[in-house]
Design a protein around this ligand. Structure first.
Ligand SMILES: Cc1cc2nc3c(=O)[nH]c(=O)nc-3n(C[C@H](O)[C@H](O)[C@H](O)COP(=O)(O)OP(=O)(O)OC[C@H]3O[C@@H](n4cnc5c(N)ncnc54)[C@H](O)[C@@H]3O)c2cc1C
Length: 388
């Protein structure tokens, strides 16, 4: 049975149509001006069901499989990385709630997240702790019928526009408890560049790429969150709940990388036809043709790794190994392919007028977020050693 069925190809075709008409024409200009994804694009994505692709219809989702999620992500990222990434937040928050949430959390949050009526952002990383999740210091102290959050978070992408932040905080101050002292909270806020409630402050972090969504440093100053918003209702489970969502996040990131690389590859093929030097299209030169061939091979290998990991996830089998491999390979592949696409464009590739520089800048972040590639290699390497 092929991994990708005619139904999957139909999904690809419909997303591609949306991207060609609505995303590609505006992405480069918005990227250059550092603008956010427009509201009407988010509304359309919500209408198309992208924020809840993998959730069952009774939870407000489309009830599709992880391969569909990978294809939708890939095609959206082919238009603009931020568009392919924006629904990752709702999918992860929704999956955390589906897997570990209380019945009330499932009822109150899941359908709104799945339908894109509620947007979310992930506040895990801290100024002094990124890869080392167990070192997180943000405190959640019991106060009345809830908790008071205090501390600093870093790199919370989309924090301004989100209605809810999924915050990792320490409910047990004993440093010896490490990851066992961490809990996840659903912190509700008003969307907008002015952070509300006033106990939450945020500053955007200027970045070289991945425009369309801004990443924020956040500061919580005794910000109240009701105990009903502690995911699962039991303290000390946050680290394990988050770990359980890693496979899905990594499959998504691999698919995002494939989408960015596909866009760069297509731009390179087009340019190799159009650009003439020495009286002929540059695609006639073997060195350029071989670059394109290597790019096509690299891209297809990454795509198949991503689909393979997604198909494993669809069977319900553990797939951290496959998802990690797909993430590492696809992220590095996207950088290689975007680099070569830029090279094929010669000087024009370095100009802001051409999309290829955007793919090159966007590709760079893929090895850094959703668990750095070095951390993924550690996970994969440890599994190899365990297997003997
Ligand atoms: C554009 C962007 C958007 C992001 N969005 C979000 C978001 O929405 N929410 C969120 O919570 N986070 C987000 N992040 C944060 C991201 O997940 C972290 O940057 C990442 O986990 C790495 O953490 P760090 O930056 O603290 O690096 P560090 O953990 O300090 O790592 C520094 C270097 O050391 C390496 N290293 C660390 N530990 C080891 C080890 N044990 N073995 C080998 N090498 C190691 C790393 O691989 C890296 O090369 C985002 C980051 C970026 C750049």
């Amino acid at each position: 049975m092929p991994l990708v069925t005619p139904e999957h190809e139909e999904i690809r075709r419909s997303v591609r149509e949306f991207v060609e008409h609505e995303i590609k024409p505006i992405a480069n200009d918005l990227d250059r001006r550092g603008e956010d994804i427009p509201d009407h694009i988010l509304a359309k994505m919500a209408e198309l069901g992208y924020f809840g692709i993998i959730f069952p219809p009774e939870d407000g989702g489309l009830g599709l499989d992880y391969i569909s999620m990978a294809i939708v992500t890939e095609e959206l990222s082919r238009g603009w990385l931020s568009v392919g990434s924006v629904m990752t937040r709702n999918l992860i928050t929704g999956s955390l709630i589906r897997a570990a949430g209380t019945p009330d959390q499932k009822r109150n949050f899941l359908p709104k997240l799945a339908r894109g009526e509620m947007l979310s952002a992930a506040a895990f990383t801290e100024p002094d702790g990124g890869s080392d999740t167990a070192s997180f210091k943000t405190r959640a102290v019991k106060r009345g019928d809830g908790y008071s959050l205090s501390g600093a978070k870093m790199w919370c992408t989309f924090a301004n526009r989100a209605h809810v932040l999924t915050v990792m905080a320490r409910t047990d101050p004993d440093p010896a408890r490490k990851h066992r002292g961490l809990s996840l909270f659903l912190f509700e806020k008003q969307p907008g560049d002015q952070f509300m409630p006033p106990q939450l402050a945020g500053e955007p972090i200027p970045t070289v790429g991945y425009h369309g969504m801004r990443s924020y440093s956040l500061s919580f100053d005794e910000a109240y969150v009701p105990a009903t918003n502690l995911i699962g209702g039991v303290e000390g489970r946050g680290f394990y709940q988050l770990m359980a969502s890693y496979e899905e996040a990594r499959i998504q990131t691999a698919a995002r990388a494939v989408g960015v690389a596909q866009a760069a590859y297509e731009a390179a093929v087009r340019y190799a036809h159009e650009r003439t030097q020495f009286g002929e299209p540059i695609g006639n030169f073997q060195v350029i043709r071989h670059k394109l061939a290597h790019m096509a091979i690299d891209l297809e290998a990454a795509r198949q790794l991503a689909y393979h990991a997604a198909s494993q996830k669809d069977t319900g089998k553990r797939c951290d190994f496959e998802a990690g491999m797909a993430k590492v390979f696809a992220a590095e592949m996207a950088e290689r392919v975007a680099r070569e696409a830029m090279q094929i464009h010669g000087g024009y590739g370095y100009s802001m007028e051409f999309d290829v520089q955007r793919y090159w800048r966007d590709a760079r972040v893929l090895s850094i977020f959703e668990g750095t590639n070095e951390i993924q290699l550690e996970v994969i390497g440890r599994r190899i050693m365990e297997q003997g």
